[in-house]
Design a protein around this ligand. Structure first.
Ligand SMILES: *Cc1c(COP(=O)(O)O)cnc(C)c1O
Length: 362
């Protein structure tokens, strides 16, 4: 395929590095290390190398195949597995991941056995506590402490590195200083039970970063796992005026420009994806079709045209419908339109061979 083919996802590695260094600096000042979470961009090695160069103590993903890809690409930074491992992938976890997040005794015992059989390499674990968001982690605190003691005393190929939590992902529960205090309390109880200090108290993801920036993060939390905030240069409820919001630029080509009614003509049923939609009748409007669609970016509300006067009004799997009435004399077939993307569409756009990637340094 030709070099000029669209769509293109352009990644500005210089802006990514700027954001990452700015966040690392602020976290370091609060005594916090940052695991660089790379699953949002499918762990593309060229981008992961920025995290390595900036000195992240861990590079993290929820998917083993991404961690394996990073090792194969020569990444030397310790690798963190974010999703509770499947029993069926423990061989791979033992071979490739240096640290994993855990919440099931059965998984830990099986992982210890795999590590022993493979020759005794040690693997670090963080035990996850659920502070109310209701995704992964122990709900019963005593169960967590009992398991910590078991790992410490009876599973010699595992190193209990600390405790961690995850907030805001399922239950939309806000990360607050009170939640962090609760985590620190559990860490202290765990330390008392095992008779030594833990290396890490891991206070969550991007939704916890606001406390670092506002100076309200309780002392003792010393690790965060950050993806979206660094990549997007912001996060809901977290002001990051020092960060670039345009690390990514999506470029798509216009394949049709015509004046058409804004209300469909005929009997209405469901759209290409089986959804019943509503349409505003705004009369005849100039409309452009771009050669990119839901199969590339997931949801049409997750791509945002950079040019004023261009509006995404819908999409099917391979087409995006744009209202360009406000800039009607300036849009032609063959034009390339630029979009900002949000985190959800980044996950899709970096996962498809239909979108060509292009790196920009400055
Ligand atoms: C994805 C993920 C993160 C990173 O979340 P962001 O909101 O992108 O910072 C952190 N921890 C876990 C367990 C995750 O799955």
């Amino acid at each position: 395929m030709s070099e000029g083919r669209y769509p293109v996802l352009e990644i500005n590695l210089g802006k990514l590095e700027h954001n990452l260094r700015a966040v690392l600096e602020r976290c370091a000042a609060a005594g916090i290390g940052v695991a660089g979470v790379v699953k949002g961009f499918t762990a593309w090695p060229e981008m992961a190398r920025v995290y390595e160069r900036c000195g992240c103590p861990y590079i993290a993903s929820s998917r083993m195949e991404q961690l394996r890809g990073l090792r194969a690409a020569g990444i030397q930074t310790p690798l963190m597995l974010l999703r509770i491992p499947m029993l069926s992938e423990l061989e791979e976890v033992a071979e490739t991941a240096d640290l994993s997040l855990q919440s099931e005794p059965e998984v830990l015992r099986a992982l210890n056995a795999v590590l022993e059989r493979k020759g005794g390499k040690r693997h670090k674990v963080l035990l996850m506590v659920d502070l109310g968001d209701l995704r992964e982690g122990f709900w019963n605190r005593q169960e967590l402490i009992d398991l910590a003691v078991e790992v410490e005393r009876e599973l010699p190929f595992l190193e209990l590195a600390g405790v961690g939590t995850n907030l805001t992902c399922f239950g939309s529960v806000k990360a607050t200083p009170e939640k962090m205090e609760e985590l620190l309390e559990i860490a202290a109880q765990t330390e008392a039970a095992i008779g030594r200090k833990l290396t890490y108290v891991c206070g969550g993801a991007s939704s916890s970063l606001h406390m670092v920036l506002e100076g309200t993060m309780p002392a003792g939390v010393n690790l965060l796992r950050l993806g979206e905030s660094v990549l997007q240069g912001g996060f809901l409820g977290c002001e990051m005026d020092f960060a670039r919001k345009d690390v990514f630029t999506l470029k798509a080509e216009v394949v049709e420009v015509k004046d058409k009614p804004s209300y469909p003509e005929g009997e209405l049923t469901a759209d290409a994806f089986g959804r019943v939609r509503s349409y505003d009748d705004r009369g005849i409007r100039r409309r452009a079709l771009a050669a990119i669609g839901l199969a590339d970016y997931g949801s049409f509300t997750d791509i945002l045209p950079r040019a004023a006067g261009v509006e995404v009004i819908g999409a099917s799997s391979d087409h995006t419908v744009l209202d360009v009435e406000a800039v009607k004399d300036r849009i032609r077939v063959g034009d390339v339109l630029e979009f900002d993307i949000d985190y959800a569409s980044m996950v899709y756009l970096t996962n498809t061979p239909s979108v060509r990637r292009k790196y920009v340094i400055i």
